[in-house]
Design a binder for this molecule. Structure first.
Ligand SMILES: Nc1ncnc2c1ncn2[C@@H]1O[C@H](COP(=O)(O)OP(=O)(O)OP(=O)(O)O)[C@@H](O)[C@H]1O
Length: 201
């Protein structure tokens, strides 16, 4: 089977400073790659390259034609300044250009709120959430998207054990439905869920 997302000899520099070099990987439909490594080893940078947020300074990143990608970034403090509720933030995951949200989109968003234990917080503003509630909201926005590839940067870092379990169940369902997954993680138990491990640094 061919990879949904892959890199070939990828390198990246911030200014002149090398952060990544010679990274070659491929993730097939229904499989998961865990990216590990110490702080500053380039995990977030690699995920940004896969998502097209940054372009490599060497090598190439490829995505299968038409494959939609959903990204959960790690640094998202800017979003707190927006006057959004939890429910609105999750529905944004279903937005498509020039198309209104339909019944199926609302249902998907409501189901995701429920699955991540957010239903009671649906009307709350983002800035009024705890760290774990906020993380679950952003995860819900990422996982409610209809994508072939999910790129998740430390998805459960701020979560308690029960929430982490719920997220892992959702990831397993997306994989079983054929999605490719890449996740950055510091947690050995979480990385063990993956088919492949890439250790940076
Ligand atoms: N915008 C930037 N400008 C310059 N250097 C940066 C920038 N963003 C990250 N870096 C540097 O690039 C390196 C890799 O950072 P990155 O965030 O990818 O690491 P990480 O493995 O995800 O770390 P963590 O485990 O702390 O999340 C670090 O040395 C960091 O200081």
């Amino acid at each position: 089977m061919s990879a949904v997302v892959s890199t070939e000899g990828v390198g990246f520099r911030y200014g002149g400073v090398p952060v990544l070099s010679g990274v070659t990987l491929g993730v097939e439909a229904g499989s998961m790659l865990a990216v590990t490594g110490p702080n500053g080893s380039g995990k977030s940078t690699l995920l940004h390259l896969l998502a097209g947020v940054e372009s490599p300074t060497e090598g190439r990143v490829r995505r299968a034609g038409g494959a939609r990608l959903s990204l959960l970034p790690q640094r998202t403090s800017d979003i707190d300044a927006l006057p959004l509720t939890v429910a609105e933030c999750v529905r944004i995951g279903r937005f498509r250009p020039l198309r209104r949200l339909g019944r199926a989109d609302r249902l998907a968003a409501d189901t995701m709120l429920d699955r991540l234990g957010l239903a009671d917080l649906a009307g709350r503003r983002l800035r009024e959430l705890s760290g774990g509630q906020r993380q679950r909201t952003l995860l819900a926005q990422a996982l409610v998207q209809d994508a072939e590839v999910y790129v998740l940067d430390e998805p459960t870092a701020a979560l308690d054990a029960a929430s982490r379990q719920r997220v892992h169940e959702l990831l397993a369902e997306r994989r079983a439905a054929g999605a490719a997954m890449v996740l950055a993680s510091h947690d050995a138990a979480e990385s063990a869920l993956a088919d492949e491990l890439l250790t940076l640094g």
